[in-house]
Design a protein around this ligand. Structure first.
Ligand SMILES: Nc1nc2c(ncn2[C@@H]2O[C@H](COP(=O)(O)OP(=O)(O)OP(=O)(O)O)[C@@H](O)[C@H]2O)c(=O)[nH]1
Length: 325
């Protein structure tokens, strides 16, 4: 049997992995593509934002692929082939805090995976605006170091000399990868799919311990808060609260994302934050009968779940009205 090519999409929190995944799915068409999305927060917001064209989308949300749900990854891939359905490719979007080494290891050391799948490439998305903050994290450095292809993304947010400096920093960690500068991860698909770029020999030169015991431990001070609540939100109140939050806690807030039920809006409102950058827009319409639940995930240092929950619920249209009285 010809092994099924696997693309691993990695990159630090908010770099643009889901943006790239959706681009690939909408340009290539998702038929015969299996997608595995791994998210750090248990609400599975990414899974909800993936273009619905893929043949199978599996969400693994109870931890990182590199540690807590690594067994689940092996099981999921095993189930995909056992099903007898023929997939042309598998795309795995790792969480932004994943160390790619254990994921790579699974494809080399696990007999079932080795028989049925072949790693095609590790594609790492790098956030040009936040590289200098993110590179402090071991995971961000590992993601860059293990990449076969790097998208230096969000080029619209930085001037050319800053992009040159970012590229030099990337080269120090990974002299061999191909680097593409992108906005919204716009890259020819031929540069990221079916490129047969994965090369174990190179990686072993970089990390001779790659196939050894790779227990990955996340920094203890980084945590995740997931908040879910019903009710219509006041657009003004949530705008003020999010901007204040980003201003006060922007350095510690590595990632913020959510889906909101905004008062008087027939579409879901989707927002994303990375440190002090905040971006939001209406998403797809709420479906008939769909519960209009607000879902927010925050990842960062020293987050106080109670304070954050109180902040978001104070934006409920009803609460905001009382506050204004
Ligand atoms: N300005 C700008 N924003 C971008 C670009 N690419 C992606 N974004 C935005 O960055 C935010 C995060 O993008 P995602 O694709 O969700 O990032 P991610 O890496 O999947 O995030 P996590 O899975 O949470 O780690 C979204 O608001 C995107 O629209 C870009 O090139 N320029």
């Amino acid at each position: 049997m010809v092994p099924i090519p696997v693309t691993v999409l990695t990159g630090f929190l908010g770099a643009g992995k889901t943006t790239l995944l959706n681009r690939v799915l909408s340009e290539r068409g998702g038929a015969n593509t299996a997608v595995i999305v791994n998210e750090y927060g248990e609400l599975g917001i990414d899974g909800q934002l993936v273009t619905e064209t893929a043949e199978a989308v599996v969400e693994l949300n109870n931890g990182c692929l590199c540690c807590a749900v690594r067994g689940d990854l092996i099981e999921t891939l095993g189930a995909l082939v056992a099903d007898g359905r023929r997939f042309d490719r598998v795309i795995i979007e790792t969480s932004g805090l994943a160390d790619p080494a254990p994921v790579i290891q699974s494809f080399i050391l696990d007999d079932t995976l080795r028989a049925s799948f072949a790693l095609d490439a590790i594609v790492t998305v790098v956030d040009a605006r936040h590289l200098s903050l993110q590179i402090e994290h071991d995971e961000a450095r590992e993601q860059i170091a293990f990449a076969d292809v790097i998208l230096l993304n969000k080029t619209d947010l930085e001037p050319p000399d800053s992009l040159d400096a970012a590229e030099r920093r990337i080269r120090l960690l990974n002299p061999l990868s191909r680097i593409h500068r992108t906005r919204d991860c716009a890259v020819p698909l031929a540069s990221v799919l079916d490129i047969r770029a994965f090369d174990l020999k190179n990686l072993l030169r970089l990390d001779p311990d790659l196939l050894g015991d790779h227990e990955h431990e996340h920094a203890e001070d980084i945590g995740c808060v997931a908040i879910q609540f019903d009710g219509a939100i006041s657009a003004d109140a949530v705008n003020r609260w999010l901007n204040r939050l980003m201003q006060d806690r922007g350095r510690d807030l590595l990632r913020l994302k959510g889906i909101l039920h905004i008062e008087g809006e027939s579409r879901r409102f989707v927002f994303h934050g990375v440190h002090m950058t905040l971006d939001g827009r209406p998403g797809r319409p709420w479906l008939a009968g769909e519960e209009r639940t607000n879902q927010v995930v925050l990842i960062g240092r020293d987050l106080d779940a109670e304070v954050l929950r109180a902040g978001f619920t104070s934006c409920l249209a009803e609460a905001a009205l009382h506050a204004a009285e």
